[in-house]
Ligand binder design. Structure first.
Ligand SMILES: [Fe+2]
Length: 189
């Protein structure tokens, strides 16, 4: 049985309002957890880790497991006052090598999030040699399903921002950098 993760903070306001956070975590993510538990009961997936389910399933099981994995990585990368507000060390060196600067990286990340058609996620992912890429994944898809390492993600489903930003997805995405804790992303890298 999967359980809803606890959030390691009380509020991310004003970047994400308390109302959006409560619905996003307590209603949307909770629903994916409840659905997955119902779907996998009595199946081969019951004893697998979330990552294994994402790699091996399809259809409704994949959609719900993928959304749990995506949301856990999304919520756990944030902090109201990030201890590390920008990348450093190896990860910064990689970003500068591939994009020229952290600002250029952020600009491409925001552009890919803004232009993703419909619902999905924009991800920073790494391959086995540490090479980075920014990729749009539709619906519940994610780097794990493609054998890549997930590092950082912005949710561009409307439920992530519509109460606070209405149609202004780009404004929401550019505000999110204020709460990304790069110490979490560096650990994943
Ligand atoms: Fe979401």
């Amino acid at each position: 049985m999967y359980k809803l993760i606890d959030l390691p903070y009380k509020s991310l306001a004003p970047v994400i309002s308390d109302q959006t956070l409560a619905f996003h975590h307590g209603k949307h993510l909770q629903a994916y957890v409840d659905n997955l538990n119902k779907l996998i009961t009595g199946t081969e997936f019951e004893s697998m880790s979330l990552e294994e389910i994402v790699k091996k399933s399809s259809g409704a099981i994949f959609n719900n497991a993928g959304q749990i994995l995506n949301h856990e990585m999304y919520f756990l990368q944030f902090a109201p006052q990030p201890s590390l507000p920008a990348p450093t060390g190896n990860l910064l060196a990689r970003i500068e090598k591939q994009w020229g600067s952290f600002d250029a990286f952020k600009a491409e990340f925001e552009a890919k999030g803004t232009t993703l058609f419909g619902s999905g996620w924009v991800w920073l992912q790494a391959n086995e040699t540490g090479e980075l890429s920014i990729v749009q994944y539709a619906n519940a898809d994610n780097p794990v399903a493609h054998g890549l390492k997930p590092l950082q993600t912005f949710d561009v489903w409307e439920h992530a921002y519509y109460l606070d930003y209405q149609n202004r997805r780009a404004a929401h995405l550019s505000a999110l950098w204020q709460i990304v804790n790069w110490s979490v992303i560096e650990r994943r890298f």
